[in-house]
Design a protein around this ligand. Structure first.
Ligand SMILES: Nc1ncnc2c1ncn2[C@@H]1O[C@H](COP(=O)(O)OP(=O)(O)OP(=O)(O)O)[C@@H](O)[C@H]1O
Ligand SMILES: O=P(O)(O)OC[C@H]1O[C@H](OP(=O)(O)OP(=O)(O)O)[C@H](O)[C@@H]1O
Ligand SMILES: [Mg+2]
Length: 290
């Protein structure tokens, strides 16, 4: 049986559970449940603090887990990123009072408050800087006004918390984080992952999660167009492999179906209309296996 760690609380919990449900797995019905069995898929889910997930996966006690890239790096656990899950996006940045630090180089010799000492130590070492790291649990934006630190290093999503605390970012992000699937060994494909841990459920999970990512990113576009305009139209909608073209009852016209990126759909529909395509329809994709 495959054993998978899922965030029990925090920014990543709800979207992780939603993604697993969309991928066809059974998930807990109550926020307080710590374990959920999914016998139909031969998987057991454990709900854990996102910060602890890399530890369980790194030790081999759990096979796979969903956590943040920043939390994986911070843990220093021997686990690796298998797949970017495209949610929980945030930057990890230094911040300070305006006008106090012109560049990251000036962090040298200062006190840096953070709940991610591993990420900060890694960055300082890679950039030959030395600073005193003050480890806090959260609400680190307060550390400067309370005199504990000169600089903070924290997760920034909208930037609202920094603004409210009267702080500004310093330098470029230390890292761009998002939710990731982690395992013991890096795997390029679902087949590699299954081969690495010898569990069939691993390949199935990877394929299903990839299926959800594609279903979220793409829509199905269908339209009718005059056959002599088909080359022009399919240049706009090449699809993933190749568009489906079917004859229409109406002489000289064809129907075309192709997947397009959701972010591009309105531009493509406008351009198709311009060249003479009609009955242009978009439908959501519920699930995919490409
Ligand atoms: N707005 C956000 N605030 C905090 N973490 C975020 C945010 N958006 C994404 N994340 C990611 O969520 C993970 C942190 O989750 P975690 O549950 O440890 O903290 P949290 O969401 O702040 O919850 P809490 O601090 O209440 O325990 C990190 O990987 C972080 O990059
Ligand atoms: O850029 P923003 O959209 O404002 O989000 C980032 C803030 O959210 C998180 O704090 P959280 O609410 O989790 O509190 P914590 O510091 O106690 O973890 C994070 O630590 C930042 O403070
Ligand atoms: Mg937090």
């Amino acid at each position: 049986m495959l054993r998978i760690a899922v965030p029990n609380k925090g920014a990543l919990s709800r979207p992780a559970i939603e993604m697993l449900r969309e991928a066809g797995y059974r998930q807990r019905g109550d926020d307080r449940d710590l374990v959920c069995q999914d016998p139909a898929n031969d998987v057991e889910f454990f709900y854990l603090r996102p910060r602890d997930i890399a530890v369980y996966v790194g030790s081999g006690d759990l096979d796979l887990g969903i956590t943040g890239r920043d939390l994986l790096l911070d843990s220093g656990a021997p686990a690796t990123e298998i797949m970017d899950l495209s949610f929980g996006g945030a930057q990890f940045r230094f911040a300070a009072r305006p006008e106090t630090l012109q560049s990251v180089a000036e962090i040298d010799g200062r006190r840096v408050a953070t709940a991610f000492p591993g990420v900060v130590a890694h960055y300082l070492a890679a950039n030959s800087l030395s600073a005193t790291v003050v480890r806090l649990d959260g609400a680190v934006e307060n550390a400067i006004r309370l005199g504990v630190a000169d600089v903070i290093a924290d997760v920034v999503e909208t930037g609202a918390t920094l603004r409210q605390a009267g702080l500004v970012t310093v330098g470029e992000p230390l890292l761009r984080s998002s939710a990731i699937l982690i395992g013991r060994t890096a795997s390029e494909t679902a087949e590699d992952a299954a081969a690495a841990d010898g569990k069939a459920g691993t390949a199935q999970l990877l394929r299903r999660l990839q299926g959800v990512l594609v279903a979220r990113r793409y829509v199905m576009l269908a339209y009718d167009v005059r056959a002599d305009l088909l080359d022009q139209a399919t240049a706009l909608t090449p699809g993933i492999e190749s568009p489906t073209v079917s004859p229409l009852h109406r002489e000289g016209w064809v129907a075309v179906q192709a997947m397009v990126q959701r972010a591009e759909m309105h531009r493509i529909m406008d351009e198709l209309y311009e060249i003479g395509a009609r009955a242009i329809l978009v439908t959501d994709i519920a699930a995919t296996r490409l």
